[in-house]
Design a protein around this ligand. Structure first.
Ligand SMILES: Nc1ncnc2c1ncn2[C@@H]1O[C@H](COP(=O)(O)OP(=O)(O)OP(=O)(O)O)[C@@H](O)[C@H]1O
Ligand SMILES: [Mg+2]
Length: 502
């Protein structure tokens, strides 16, 4: 801006008072040089009088805040800042107290004309004449909004990582026990006659086990172990399917705005399903009186730095928007924390899993919310250059015959899996570790009753695991048919089983 005449007057008074400038050369006019320097700065500069009334703002300030200089002139800077929620109530008092020491610095919020909040680092010094009498204040501030977001993102990531390690360990053991319970209950249910005394409790126990399994899967996903098993897919249909399923039976309707030529992404179908259903279920729960959920998906090209924590490039952007209760400002930083919930029966793991799945897909997620109006979750997932493969049709269960060798170090799992495989018509032999499996396979071949397939558990406590066992088996029988099994998909072998020879 061009300095206004009264300000010029004011500042030349200051200039006269400042001994340093007294000796400055007359030509070119030091005052105009001074202004050009201020106007050219990338930091925002604001000068106020003693009452905090703004007498000057530089171009960086008006550019960033979106105001005309005239709109800011005469405004009381302290009142302006104090009116923004989250800022210290008595900013002027604080500044006055510290300014007597000659300096005040702090991070505070600033609001742009369009209403957006930004975070600035403000340094404030009193403007004094040569006798030390304070004439006003100079504020120099830097926009640190992006940097703060990055820092928060990093803290969040670290916190989740340590929580994940702990939760993953518990969930793994728990999952094994659950598999045994579920297997036995399912087995009993198959044999209990429908309508008998036993049937209903068994169905209920089975349903409860499945819910518990869902919970451990959530835990495993957000722990480090949830390595996605990726394929190239287009998410359009999946979004509709999952949203439809998650809103089924509720009083919420769905609207879709999904671009027809959506770029494919490399993603784990099951995990993307989990992300969308978690978001949609939250949206439904945020609208107890019913309402509408809008699911949008489209292609975007992002410049580097446009969204913190991801590189620039081609992305598929998915949004899930509701018109529900919204999220209060003080909660918005916590919603992705594991176990953070405001619901009586919530686990608080929904968004924690969503967050870690999105990160494991090299994407980013953000929530925008206005209490009373609604919430929108925005997800970016990198687009893939490859085209999706045609999906094979699911085959019906076929009964088989022959002998199957099952390797698993957990006795409970061995028993239950053996029973279920027997249900499919096979005869089952079991082994507790790789050595035993290899030995049994050799004996069976030599005795003329070979196995038609082997099922190998990848990790065996204190013994030879599935991967090594398979190598040995191949030496005995290059045609061996092996199926990999693991309690969870942490292993890279699960993500790429064909390369490991399965
Ligand atoms: N769409 C939304 N609208 C309003 N608040 C939300 C929304 N989504 C999440 N929240 C808030 O974030 C919190 C955490 O959500 P999260 O999905 O992680 O857990 P939860 O829904 O409480 O429990 P769970 O998903 O395990 O049933 C919620 O308790 C709620 O306060
Ligand atoms: Mg939830």
């Amino acid at each position: 801006m061009k300095p206004n005449p009264s300000l010029l007057e004011e500042l030349s008074k200051i200039r006269r008072d400042l001994t340093g400038l007294e000796t400055a050369p007359r030509e070119p006019d030091p005052l105009s040089a001074f202004f050009f320097a201020l106007e050219g700065l990338s930091e925002m500069v604001v000068i106020t009088d003693l009452e905090h009334k703004i007498v000057y703002v530089n171009a960086a300030c008006t550019d960033l805040l979106g105001y005309n200089p005239e709109e800011l002139m005469g405004l009381k800077a302290n009142k302006y800042f104090e009116g923004i929620p989250g800022n210290p109530i008595d900013l002027a008092g604080l500044i006055a107290a510290e300014a007597s020491d000659g300096f005040w610095e702090g991070e505070i919020f600033n609001r742009r004309k369009d209403g957006d909040l930004i975070t600035i680092n403000l340094k404030l010094t009193p403007l004094a004449d040569s006798s030390g009498q304070v004439l006003g204040y100079v504020g120099i501030s830097e926009n640190i909004t992006e940097r703060k977001l990055m820092e928060e993102e990093l803290i969040n990531a670290r916190k989740l990582e340590s929580m994940g390690t702990l939760a993953g360990g518990i969930a793994h053991d728990f999952n094994n026990i659950l598999a045994a319970i579920l297997g036995n209950v399912s087995y009993a249910r198959i044999y209990a006659e429908e309508g008998s005394e036993l049937y209903k409790p068994l169905v209920e126990a089975e349903a409860a086990c499945l819910r518990a399994q869902g919970l451990t899967h959530q835990l495993l996903t957000f722990s480090r172990g949830g390595k996605p098993v990726k394929e190239v897919i287009r998410v359009g249909e999946l979004l509709k399917e999952v949203t439809g399923f998650a809103t089924h039976g509720s009083n919420v309707s769905c609207r879709f705005d999904i671009s027809r030529d959506l770029w494919p992404v490399e993603a784990d179908r099951g995990q993307i399903d989990q992300v969308i259903s978690n978001l949609v279920i939250n949206a439904v729960q945020a609208m107890p009186e019913g309402g509408e959920i809008e699911v949008r998906a489209g292609n975007v090209e992002l410049k580097k730095g446009a969204v913190p924590s991801i590189e620039g490039g081609r992305f598929v952007k998915v949004e899930v928007a509701d018109k529900g209760v919204g999220i209060p400002k003080e909660y918005i930083e916590k919603i992705f924390d594991p176990y953070f919930t405001t619901k009586q029966r919530g686990s608080g793991l929904g968004l924690a899993s969503v967050y870690s799945i999105v990160r494991n897909h090299s994407g980013a997620i953000r929530a925008v919310s206005e209490p009373g109006k609604g919430t929108t979750f925005i997800i970016y997932v990198p687009a893939s250059k490859e085209e999706p493969q045609e999906k094979k049709m699911k085959e019906d269960i076929i009964l088989g015959e022959g002998r199957v060798l099952l390797l698993d170090d957990e006795e409970m799992i061995r028993k239950v899996a053996a029973r279920l495989i027997e249900q499919l018509g096979y005869e089952v032999e079991t082994a507790v570790d790789g050595e035993e499996a290899v030995e049994k396979y050799r004996e069976a071949r030599e005795s003329g009753r070979p196995f038609v397939a082997v099922i190998l558990d990848l990790t065996v406590k204190g013994g030879m695991g599935g991967e090594e066992a398979l190598e040995r088996l191949k030496e005995i029988d290059p045609e061996v048919k092996a199926i990999v099994s693991s309690g969870y998909s942490i292993d890279s072998v699960m993500a790429d089983y064909e390369r490991a020879g399965f």
